[in-house]
Structures are given as C-alpha cells and as structure tokens.
Write a protein that binds this ligand. Structure first.
Ligand code: GLY
Length: 564
C-alpha cells in the first residue's frame, strides 16, 4: 500500500479493483475539488467504493450506503452490518432529517440483567459475548436511506461482496488489532473466524470473508428479509443459543428505524443540523457551542489556555447533564428544549471562574479507567448537487462483542454497554448514567455519536463527524470552533491535538502532542490532565466561498478521501 499524504487538488484515479485481490490502494488525506462529489471514511477502499458510486451516477445517499457496506468488510473493527448508527442529511431541495438506526434492547432484556446476586454490575457481560448485543439496526438503516438514493440497492452492495469474496490487503494498524484481539476472538467464538490465524498478522496479508460475502448476497437478493428473516436471522438466533444471548426472531422481525426531526440551532450565522436523542451528541454540541459563545472565543488562539479553559468548563457542564437527563426519548421525558435554551445555558455557566477549575461535584451529583478501546466509524459525503450525508455507525467497542455469527460472517455489537447497567457504574467509556438510560425492552441505548452538517445561507458549509465514544461530541465541537472562531484551515482543525473533559472523571484527557504551555498554565488553576494516544478520527468536508470542496481525512488512522 502506498501512502500519499496531503494530496491536494489531485484526483485519485479509479483503483484497479476488477480482478483479483484488492491490494493496490492509496491513502488520500486531503483533497480540494470543484464540481465533483467527495466521500471521506475510515478506509481508502471504502471511500473509493463511494467515489465510484458517485461516478456511476449515484448521489450522496448512494455513496454513503455503498461505503457503509464496504466498511463492514474492510474496516471490521467498526464498520458493520451487526451494529447500528445515525444519519443526518440535508438535500439540495432543502430537506433536513435524520435516520435513527440505533440498536434496541432485546424483548427479554431487563434493567438488572447485568447484576449478580449481590447486585454488583458485571460489565464483562455487557461488553463481551452474545448477551452484550443489542438488536442490530444497520441494515434497516441502509434500506431506509435507500429511498433517497438513485441506484438500485443490488448495485450498491456489490462492491462489498467483491471485497469480501476476493479479499483485500490489510494495513499495519489492522494487523495489530487482529493480533491484539486474538485471545478474545478465540475465547468468544467456538467456530473458526477469518480474523484468527496461527501466525501473527502482518501488513499486506489478505483477508477473505466468504461467509460475510454470502450474507451480503442474501441481503442483495432478499432485501431486508435477507437479514431480519430467514437464514441470516436463524443464524443469529442460533448464535444466541450457543453464547447465552437473548436476541430472538421476534426481536429481529420487530426492529424498526426511526426517522427523526433533526436538532437544529444557530451558531454564528451557521445552521447546525445534528442528531437528537437517543444520541446525546447533538444536545451536547448545542450546549458546548452556546456556553462558550457566552464568553466569546474569536479573539483567542487554538489550544491556548484562554481558549481551552472555557471550552473544558462547557464540556464539564454539558456531560453532567448527559448523565442526568438523556436517554431514549420514546421512554423518558425529552428535555432537549430546556437543555439547549439560552436562559438555561447562561445559568449553567454562571459559576464559571476564569481563575480556577470548577470541581465536577459543583455541576452535578458524581470514571474511571477505560477497559476497552472505543470504536465507531464516520462517513462524510457531499455530492456535486449539494446533497450532504453525515453518518456515524458503530459496533461500540473494537469488533463489538467479538462474537461473529457462525455461518454468517459478521460481528455482533456490544452496544448494551451504552445503557447505564447500574446507576453510577461507568460503562466502557467511563460514562455514568442513571434512570434515564436504564435498560428496558425495545429501548435504544444513549449514544454520543454526532453526525453533523452546517449550512450557511441554506447551502452546505461543513459535513463533520468522528468515532471516539464519549469523546465524539467534544471533537466535533472543537473542529467547529477551530474553523469558525479561530479561523483555522480544515487540515489544522482535524489534526490539531484534541482535549476532552466529560464531567467524570475530573481530569482533562489530552493527546500526547497537546501544548505543554497550556497544560502547565491550567494546572496552576487546579486542572489535572491525563495523556492518551489518540482522540477521534474526524472526517470533514468544508465548502469555501467559491464552492470548492475541501475534504480532509483524519491523519490519526487509515482514513482516506475518495473523489468522484
Ligand atoms: N457506542 C458509542 C456511542 O454510541 O456513542
């Protein structure tokens, strides 16, 4: 695999994918282009599939569907058909809407299902194995999106089938992941799975997924019934029996996506179109942007102490509200309008002290190390007609529950851990929740995914999103502030060191290269810091005033831009 960083203004020619294994592909980190659509995703082969679909006459919905199917093959740590997610779209005709294809709790679930006889939470069960899986929504979400697409679904699935059948060359990062999770795969699967082999994986080894290809063909031939009924559904239920899981045929038959009105608010003349509950992402984004707006950030510098302090304090207050008020709006009182109102946020930020860190105990009644790596994946697409699709999809942890459905070749999510398994017990992201996010049959678990589109004068201005668990809203927040308030270019906004505060734990998580001066200055005010390797992998498309698209794929991973 060749690496081409900062390939500005260069149109990637179509990868020669027709015969044999997919071994020759490029990482394209940045593109500026006019009158052509762009796709940004976590893996070059998937972005190139989306771009190819645009060249075949598809629109942003077509490209996004094909890219998601391809990610389920070439980015198996998070791309999926056994998980769920959210899509936010704005169309050239001015329609703005979201599709919620979040997983649901199975009919046999109950609020104490992960508590032992002493009522201690067993988070191993909510994170590993079949019992950790929610009812998958991804395939239903893709079919819901398809009504806005132009090409037949059969055509959009075919590239994923080819990739699974013929195989593709994995990257070093993927080889490392397969090796890291080998023991989990062996422990949690009775059958052999394609991610496990005797020798250690290396970059450029070929991964072939015949069972997955077969399942994708079922979906191609039978539509939704190819997943939620018949052979695939039976294989899922058989897997449940083997691993003490509880998803039933009735769960699969009854799964429904929800088309929800987008959460829309103004930020400095930009119309921010984002995801409402059951993702906390949109509310948190609105709260953080509006709280920092009370201070004014325009005269401050990216990642300076003067900018980071109010942003951290906005993050702290927003995440305290997440723990208390947010959950599936079909099950709880939806308090969104209050939580994002100017008067509420003014009062929420009133105890901000520029001289001193606010203790988290002062903004909410009170994480603790993360056991698991967060994994999710984001796709930003903008076609030349101006249809924008921002979609974030997840298995939750890396490779989800680590359980592959025997004979069907796809991984099941471990999304049940996004519920509050017991009030006050942190999930794998250290997030704490209470009643609002307690488990109930058919309920959707609270998410942090923040697929977002910004419009200016009713035209797309930015398409943005990222993986990263609870760090998702703070990364999206920072990219928007970097571009709009600090006036950075897109590449800087995407690749600048990120920081994250989520109420609890008290510390600020920062990337290794976060400015030392800012850390030292804020430590004197009582802030504490913890370093982490990477926060998020943000995929951004920005439209400049001449109508040129600037697409940037995050430098932290194998993320890549595809061009029509
Ligand atoms: N599973 C990560 C999220 O939904 O936020």
């Amino acid at each position: 695999m060749k690496k081409l960083f900062l390939l500005i203004g260069f149109l990637l020619c179509s990868t020669p994918l027709v015969f044999g294994q997919y071994t020759d592909y490029n990482l394209v980190k940045e593109v500026q282009v006019k009158n052509k659509g762009v796709v940004v995703s976590a893996f070059p082969l998937a972005s190139e599939v989306g771009a190819k679909i645009l060249r075949q006459g598809g629109n942003a919905f077509d490209a996004s569907i094909a890219t998601q199917f391809a990610l389920a093959v070439v980015y198996p740590q998070a791309g999926n058909i056994g998980g769920g997610g959210f899509m936010v779209a704005t169309t050239e005709e001015g329609k703005k809407f979201t599709i919620d294809f979040r997983e649901t709790a199975p009919l046999k679930s109950h609020k104490d299902m992960y508590l032992d006889a002493e009522r201690n939470a067993n988070t191993d069960l909510s994170q590993y194995g079949s019992l950790a899986a929610g009812v998958p929504g991804a395939v239903a979400g893709l079919f819901e999106m398809h009504q806005y697409a132009k090409l037949p679904m059969t055509q959009l699935i075919q590239p994923a089938i080819d990739l699974a059948e013929k195989g593709y060359a994995i990257t070093q990062a993927q080889a490392d992941l397969f090796n890291t999770y080998k023991d989990d795969f062996l422990r949690l699967n009775k059958h052999s799975i394609p991610f496990v082999k005797n020798l250690a994986w290396q970059a450029d080894d070929i991964l072939v997924q015949q069972d997955l290809a077969h399942t994708l063909k079922q979906i191609q031939q039978k539509g939704l019934k190819g997943f939620y009924r018949g052979k695939t559904a039976n294989l899922i239920v058989k897997e449940m029996k083997r691993g003490n899981g509880i998803i039933s045929l009735a769960d699969l038959r009854q799964y429904k996506v929800k088309v929800r009105a987008a959460l829309i608010f103004d930020y400095k003349g930009h119309e921010v179109v984002t995801m409402p509950l059951p993702s906390s992402g949109g509310i948190l984004l609105a709260q953080m942007l509006q709280m920092t707006n009370l201070m004014g950030l325009e005269d401050k510098q990216l990642n300076s102490p003067e900018a980071v302090q109010p942003m951290v304090e906005a993050e702290r207050r927003a995440y305290a509200d997440r723990a208390e008020y947010m959950g599936d709006p079909d099950f709880i009182k939806d308090q969104t309008q209050k939580l994002i109102s100017k008067s509420y946020l003014k009062q929420r930020f009133a105890n901000y002290n520029p001289d001193k860190a606010t203790p988290s105990s002062a903004v909410g009644d009170i994480i603790i190390p993360q056991k698991e790596k967060k994994e999710t994946t984001h796709i930003s697409v903008l076609d030349k007609e101006g249809n924008a699709v921002s979609v974030t999809t997840t298995l939750n942890g890396n490779f989800g529950s680590k359980v592959m459905v025997s004979g069907a070749g796809f991984l099941l999510n471990n999304e049940m851990d996004d519920f509050s398994v017991k009030p006050g017990v942190p999930n794998m992201y250290g997030a704490i929740g209470g009643k609002a996010n307690a488990i109930a049959p058919k309920k959707r678990m609270l998410s942090s995914m923040t697929p977002t589109i910004l419009l200016k004068d009713n035209q797309p201005f930015m398409v943005v999103g990222t993986p990263g668990g609870t760090t998702i809203p703070t990364s999206v927040f920072q990219v928007i502030v970097d571009i709009i308030d600090f006036g950075t270019d897109v590449n800087t906004a995407v690749n600048a060191p990120k920081f994250h505060q989520q109420w609890l734990p008290e510390y600020i998580l920062v990337e290794e290269d976060f400015p030392h001066y800012t850390i030292k200055t804020l430590e004197k005010k009582g802030y504490t810091f913890k370093k982490t390797a990477k926060i998020g992998r943000t995929e951004v498309i920005l439209v400049d005033k001449d109508g040129k698209y600037h697409a940037v794929a995050d430098g932290r991973g194998d993320d890549s831009v595809g061009v029509e």
